[in-house]
Design a protein around this ligand. Structure first.
Ligand SMILES: O=C(O)CCC(=O)C(=O)O
Length: 290
């Protein structure tokens, strides 16, 4: 079971990400791959749509990187892998939090020839949360290679200024457009990037403020990934009406800023708590309505 060390915390603080050889087991990788085939074809095990379906078979461009957010709500097999306490513990340790909630999972599928994801800072998209600081656990479901459109980080860029949303997230012809503007603003002459090459089951943890994206998949095999985008267990909705998120602010209750565990479950806290429904739900003993 993954345990984050002091050295990894120091590396994360300096670079904005760490690479980990193994996060989940091979049988969990195989389980998720078998669920990808269903979810991206619109077959939802719980009967509930994921929060975001940015690509659907037959509806969208075959060359786009396919993306679904909060697949765990649609599929309890996905929940059984991505809602695990050790992922929450690792994120809390890296983020310096007392505990971890999941904001959303991301299922990503870049086919051969699949187009880029524009370079961005995740937390710019999380303005509806206070504080909007994410730690994300990015897990490869295929072995990744530099030419295979794997994720790429701009080392140390989590310490740059906070930019807003980028012009084009999905399939831009110039994935570095907004990154270049950030680089000019920071007066950075040059900077280092790292393309993540790991075996299936391995991956990374990255800061919500690190600049990252991914290029075209130039290989003849797909690159599939699942990401747990996590926040502090103490996060609240942003009371600023200008910070509404069209999908996730719908979970805010009238007159309240706290977040419901049903929508944003707690994976782990230092006091030994996790949302009690996760285990029976992942074990398929409970359905959504229960
Ligand atoms: O895997 C990718 O191509 C991008 C992933 C990403 O943007 C993220 O995990 O925040």
């Amino acid at each position: 079971m993954l345990k984050i060390t002091e050295e990894q915390v120091a590396e994360y603080r300096e670079n904005g990400y760490i690479i980990v050889d193994k996060i989940i087991e091979r049988h969990e990788v195989d389980l998720l791959l078998s669920r990808f085939d269903k979810i991206f074809y619109g077959e939802y095990e719980t009967g509930l749509d994921p929060d975001e379906v940015n690509w659907k078979h037959g509806r969208d461009d075959e060359k786009l990187t396919r993306q679904i957010c909060n697949g765990w709500k649609a599929d309890r097999y996905v929940a059984s892998v991505i809602l695990q306490a050790f992922i929450g513990e690792a994120c809390a340790r890296l983020g310096g939090w007392p505990g971890t909630r999941i904001t959303q999972d991301n299922l990503l599928w870049k086919p051969p020839g699949g187009r880029p994801i524009g370079f961005h800072q995740d937390s710019s998209y999380e303005e509806f949360i206070v504080p909007n600081d994410w730690v994300s656990c990015w897990i490869a479901l295929d072995d990744t290679t530099a030419t295979g459109g794997t994720v790429e980080y701009v080392t140390g860029s989590h310490l740059w200024h906070k930019s807003g949303k980028i012009k084009q997230f999905h399939g831009p012809s110039d994935p570095h457009e907004d990154l270049r503007i950030a680089v000019e603003r920071m007066k950075k002459g040059d900077f280092d990037t790292e393309k993540v090459e790991v075996q299936a089951g391995g991956g990374t943890f990255h800061s919500g403020w690190i600049w990252h994206g991914s290029d075209v998949n130039k290989t003849d095999v797909p690159r599939r990934t699942i990401v747990a985008h996590c926040m502090s267990s103490e996060s609240m909705f942003n009371p600023n009406p200008l910070s509404v998120n069209r999908t996730y602010s719908r979970y805010k209750k009238f007159g309240r800023l706290d977040m419901e565990e049903t929508d944003f479950p707690i994976l782990w806290t230092q006091d030994g708590y996790a949302s009690p429904f996760i285990e029976p739900y992942s074990a398929r003993q409970l359905g959504w309505a229960e």
